[in-house]
Design a protein around this ligand. Structure first.
Ligand code: SAH
Ligand code: MG
Length: 218
């Protein structure tokens, strides 16, 4: 791996100059600590931008793990590729160009960690499309879920942002109320939701026996 710290600093400078919205410092630290604890072998990132959070994930995840990351802006993809190559992690990264809403249903992999950080109005759509691609103990992290605090106080949001605010609320409602998810919303950066997925939890209320992965696969 190249000098990761130095490359992250260069990416940050680039993001500032070119107004690319990368994850906050604290948000990045949370992302890395969740990834370091979960040790995912396969990560799906929705919203690559210039690869800043991709590099954070690559350095925190399981050695040899793979990241699939989706971005619709070709110029940003080109920049991301340069930085990730320089950092020596491009070989473990698969950057897919296109609209995540179209790309996700076509993915054939299973993911241990999903980082949602693209169109804020589409988070629930992304999650619904990724549900059948989650490993039994996956973790979903979503950035910007409090959207400048407006998700907590909708009346403060300018009219043109209210639809996005409503949709972010629907995302949070879903991961908070659906029994398969155990969610914590962290009030750091622009708000980050960390949701632990447990396939079997959907059945716990009815007492239906649903074997966990080890039993099923052996
Ligand atoms: N995760 C990055 C920042 C991503 S910014 C980081 O923290 O470093 C959000 C990115 O999502 C932008 O680059 C934008 O082009 C991309 N995006 C927005 N809507 C998208 C969509 N529907 N499909 C794919 N990419 C999308
Ligand atoms: Mg973000």
């Amino acid at each position: 791996m190249g000098n990761v710290k130095q490359i992250l600093a260069m990416m940050k400078d680039y993001a500032t100059t070119h107004r690319v919205p990368i994850i906050s410092l604290e948000g990045g630290q949370l992302l890395q600590s969740v990834a370091a604890a979960a040790q995912p072998a396969a990560v799906l990132e929705i919203g690559t931008a210039i690869g800043y959070s991709t590099l954070l994930l690559a350095t925190a995840m399981m050695p040899g793990g793979q990241i699939t990351t989706i971005e619709q802006d070709d110029d940003r993809i080109a920049v991301a590729k340069q930085f990730l190559a320089e950092a020596g992690v491009l070989n473990q990264t698969d950057i897919i160009a296109g609209d995540a809403g179209v790309v996700i249903p076509r993915l054939t992999g299973t993911y241990d960690l999903v980082f949602i950080d693209a169109a804020k109005g589409q988070y629930l759509d992304y999650l619904e499309k990724v549900l059948d691609k989650l490993s039994p103990e996956a973790v979903i992290i979503a950035d910007n879920v409090l959207f400048r605090g407006w998700v907590l106080d909708e009346t403060a949001a300018p009219k043109r942002f209210r639809t996005i605010v409503k949709r972010l609320k629907s995302y949070l409602d879903f991961v908070t109320n659906d029994l398969r998810f155990e969610t914590t919303v962290h009030h750091i950066g622009d708000g980050m939701a960390v949701s632990f997925y447990r396939e079997r939890r959907s059945n716990e209320k009815t007492g239906t026996f649903s074997p966990c992965r080890q039993f099923r696969e052996t």
